[in-house]
Design a protein around this ligand. Structure first.
Ligand SMILES: Nc1ncnc2c1ncn2[C@@H]1O[C@H](COP(=O)(O)OP(=O)(O)OP(=O)(O)O)[C@@H](O)[C@H]1O
Ligand code: SF4
Ligand SMILES: [Mg+2]
Length: 338
């Protein structure tokens, strides 16, 4: 995937680490490398999904992209601004272009504020608009996310989970950001409500020409939602492809396992899909193995997998994968199991 100029967000070789232990006497520091040499980009008006299990570094990568956690290495370009080189007012300005929608709308909404105040909050802190203009915007936002005008006076606990997420979405849209980072926005909701919120996000995307970074542990959730998908495992991107390519011909064994776990409504597909179980847990992230990080759980691991780390490589146009057993012919090493 070539880095092009139309990308709204470009992340290159990003690294985020957290200090775990510091031994002053030995001058030794131990880090957890939560995001390790991660690169991705999102074109304007498109959606990139980052998918992976808990602890794989999805949230940390997104927070670092908005400079809400510190990157120790890499480059982040948002709307042609080098995010790691700007400070103070310029940084504040750049940050207004990015807003977050979180998993649990209940804990991310202030319980003591009425819904209208919650949606108005970012307008108060980031704009100089008059009270009247702010109120007009709030009215429009409530309508856009499918809430009734009289619901503006209610408190968060007086809404259902799906409605609370609608308030979270209205708040995220208030300052007219260009990039919305949706961090597991439907994981806490019932399946039927999930579909409504995903539809709403899609509608808003085309209406306001939004760009989404959409984080989920579930490939099923992103299958109708994204243009590109990056699969993360233990801080690394292991596969990166456009949606159709990834769903139709997954190459990394971890991706195949995630895909096989999606319940299909299509009976034929259900009968033809074998569930690939991945045993065990990921290794200790503070002390990752020297070879492939997935090797201890991979059903087709070979000796080389335990010795050498596979690099993310382009196998064919728009499909990258980090696996020793995938060559340029781009055949899945799990083909015989599927
Ligand atoms: N502030 C922090 N201090 C120390 N370690 C952290 C911190 N934030 C995250 N981590 C660690 O970094 C790794 C990546 O965490 P992150 O929250 O980004 O994962 P995630 O993919 O978003 O997981 P989840 O699906 O559970 O939200 C984990 O091992 C986590 O424990
Ligand atoms: S490099 Fe080896 S262990 Fe890693 S995913 Fe590929 S086959 Fe499995
Ligand atoms: Mg997370």
């Amino acid at each position: 995937m070539s880095l092009t100029n139309t990308a709204l967000l470009k992340v290159e070789n990003l690294g985020v680490r957290f200090l775990m232990k510091s031994n002053m006497l030995l001058g030794k520091k131990t880090y957890l490398y939560a995001v390790d040499d991660v690169s991705f980009e999102i074109q304007r008006g498109e959606t990139l999904a980052i998918v992976g299990e808990s602890g794989s570094g999805k949230t940390t990568a997104a927070l670092a992209a908005a400079r809400l956690v510190k990157a120790y290495t890499g480059k982040i370009t948002l709307d042609n601004t080098d995010m790691l080189q700007i400070q103070k007012e310029k940084l504040r300005q750049a940050r207004t272009k990015v807003q977050f929608i979180f998993q649990d709308p209940y804990s991310s909404l202030n319980p003591r504020l009425r819904a209208e105040e919650i949606v108005k909050e970012p307008l108060n802190s980031l704009t100089n608009f008059s009270s009247q203009k702010k109120q007009t915007l709030v009215n429009d936002l409530f309508a856009a996310v499918g809430l009734r005008p009289e619901q503006q006076r209610l408190f968060p606990h007086q809404f259902s989970g799906g409605q609370r997420q609608r308030i979270g979405i209205a708040r995220a849209l208030a300052t007219q950001p260009e990039l919305i980072i949706c961090d597991e926005p439907v994981s806490a909701l019932d399946v039927a409500v999930q579909a409504q919120i995903l539809n709403l996000l899609r509608e808003l995307q085309s209406k306001f020409e939004l760009t989404y970074l959409f984080i989920s542990h579930d490939l099923g959730v992103v299958q109708h939602m994204c243009d590109q998908i990056a699969v993360m495992y233990m801080g690394k991107i292991v596969e990166y492809a456009d949606r159709l390519s990834l769903f139709n011909s997954p190459l990394h064994p971890y991706t195949s396992a995630l895909l096989s776990a999606i319940p299909s409504v299509d009976q034929k597909r259900r009968e033809n899909t074998k569930r690939i179980l991945i045993p065990g847990d990921p290794p200790d992230p503070i002390n990752p193995p020297k070879g492939c990080r997935f090797a201890n759980r991979c059903p087709v691991a070979k000796d080389i997998c335990f010795q050498k780390e596979p690099k993310l490589q382009n196998t064919k146009d728009n499909h990258r994968v980090a696996c020793h057993l995938v060559d340029e012919t781009a055949v899945s090493p799990l083909k015989h199991l599927l």
